[in-house]
Design a protein around this ligand. Structure first.
Ligand code: MN3
Length: 214
């Protein structure tokens, strides 16, 4: 994600209806064309009069939020975070059923959590524990340990110096049309469409480019 102002709406790597029956077409459409597009448009609007920030990437903005002019700081944090988290979320999903877990990430999960099922249980529990709007987030700490945290609103792990692997959007807009108030059913469904190959790639990138990423 090295793009900078004016930010563009990401292109989904699959069709709106391709995560059916787990995540429905209407939710995907509104989430992408409605919610995410609004964050992109708002961010561009806010940055329009700040040319010094026009060559900053999303990551640079979020890592350096304290140096953003104070009259736009909160709005930039919320909207840049909204773009960053959603780009990562949508890119973490896939309709492909043949996704295999592969070696490095899975091995570390097993070492730290005992089994992949234990890890998924903890991820589910954390996802259910988010009060109000936010995310459960699988991240790496600076030493490469896997952690599962929760974040509020559109906060990102970058601000905490953590490296993001997988965000699970638990804002109601991510599931309410189909799953209504049953967040647990959404979590079980989202587990069926996570692209673990992408998570593995992000995991390996951390160790390949460690010093550049944090
Ligand atoms: Mn969302």
């Amino acid at each position: 994600m090295n793009e900078h102002y004016p930010f563009k709406l990401m292109i989904l790597p699959y069709e709106y209806n391709s995560l059916e029956p787990y995540i429905d077409e209407e939710t995907m459409k509104i989430h992408h064309l409605g919610h995410l597009k609004t964050y992109v448009d708002n961010l561009n609007k806010i940055l329009a009069n700040y040319p010094k920030l026009h060559n900053w990437s999303l990551e640079k903005i979020l890592y350096n939020i304290s140096s953003i002019p104070k009259e736009i700081k909160l709005a930039v944090k919320n909207n840049a975070g909204g773009v960053y988290n959603h780009n990562l979320y949508f890119n973490s999903l896939s309709p492909k059923k043949e996704i295999n877990l592969s070696t490095n990430f899975e091995n570390t999960v097993k070492k730290q959590f005992g089994s992949f099922d234990n890890y998924l249980s903890e991820l589910k529990e954390k996802s259910l524990s988010v009060f109000g709007s936010g995310y459960s987030y699988v991240v790496l700490d600076i030493e490469g340990n896997i952690m599962i945290i929760t974040t509020k609103n559109q906060d990102t792990p970058l601000e905490l110096n953590l490296y993001p692997l997988l965000p699970i959007d638990v804002w109601e807009h991510a599931y309410y049309l189909k799953h209504k108030n049953k967040r647990v059913e959404y979590i079980e469904d989202i587990f069926k469409v996570i692209n673990w190959n992408i998570i593995e790639k992000r995991y390996n990138d951390f160790f390949r480019f460690n010093s550049n990423l944090l």
